[in-house]
Design a protein around this ligand. Sequence first.
Ligand code: LHQ
Length: 264
Amino acid sequence: MEKSETVLSDLQDGVLTLTLNRPDKLNSFNEDMHLALRAQIERAHSEESVRALLLTGAGRGFCAGQDLGDRDPRKGGEKPDLGATLERFYNPTLRLIRSLEKPVICAVNGVAAGAGANIAFACDIVLAARSAKFIQAFSKIGLIPDAGGSWSLTRILGEPRAKALAMLAEPLPAEQAADWGLIWKTVDDEALMPEATSIAARLAAGPTVGLGLTKRLIQSASANSLEAHLDMERDCQRQAGQTDDYAEGVTAFLEKRPANFRGR
Ligand code: LHQ
């Protein structure tokens, strides 16, 4: 595996696997990890050879959000501008994940807290180890759920559950998160990476343009009227129908053989 210290990256068969790698700090974000993660997601945007992204964490945790040791209030000084931190680090990463028109799979290998949980919820297909848990830790330190959390929790769960999770900051077990539709599914701990890798490999061998357009449509659905959305489906289907992968998919069906998609 290629090493960039705080984020390990490995590109194989179209799957770019990114491993958050500050295990001693439960992969909490410092500036270096923010920048390394963003650079790798930008790479996924620009490199045609990347056809799926798989995000996970090293060690026993997935990600504990912001590194709280980075800005120790006991050291005094001016009060921090956390809005600037979001603008500079988290928000660009969230936008990059959501706008990447390739599947983003997240394998939550352990605790996901604060922004760590909400980055997971921004991914397309989220699997979690059965022992993992999600914590909206923000209220414990006087903050609001960021990294898109107050948006995604409310959209997915509705106000009652979103408010309770955010205000109480109680750990949500992975099984419960799956039952509530916050994630795709839980798997036995030892099966997490094999299963996530297999899903990522399957999607990386898929019709990338069609999958990307599917992501665009589903993410736009709740903000669109049905009228506007039907038009958008028409336009996306027009585009999908002009890909080589559509021709290959239909040909493979007619020839009763597996399709060999090229991602274009
Ligand atoms: C950590 C952290 C951590 C540093 C574990 N930082 N070291 C955006 C804008 C700007 C600023 C503020 O934040 C944000 C977004 C956010 O994400 S705010 C929310 C920040 N995250 C948290 O509040 C979670 C803090 N962590 C925890 O509550 C616990 O560590 C959890 C529940 C995640 C896990 O608990 P345990 O399994 O009991 O592990 P632990 O607490 O013993 O942690 C293991 C080590 O990791 C430990 O270090 P040590 O040297 O004592 O072994 C922790 O200090 C360190 N660590 N999270 N966020």
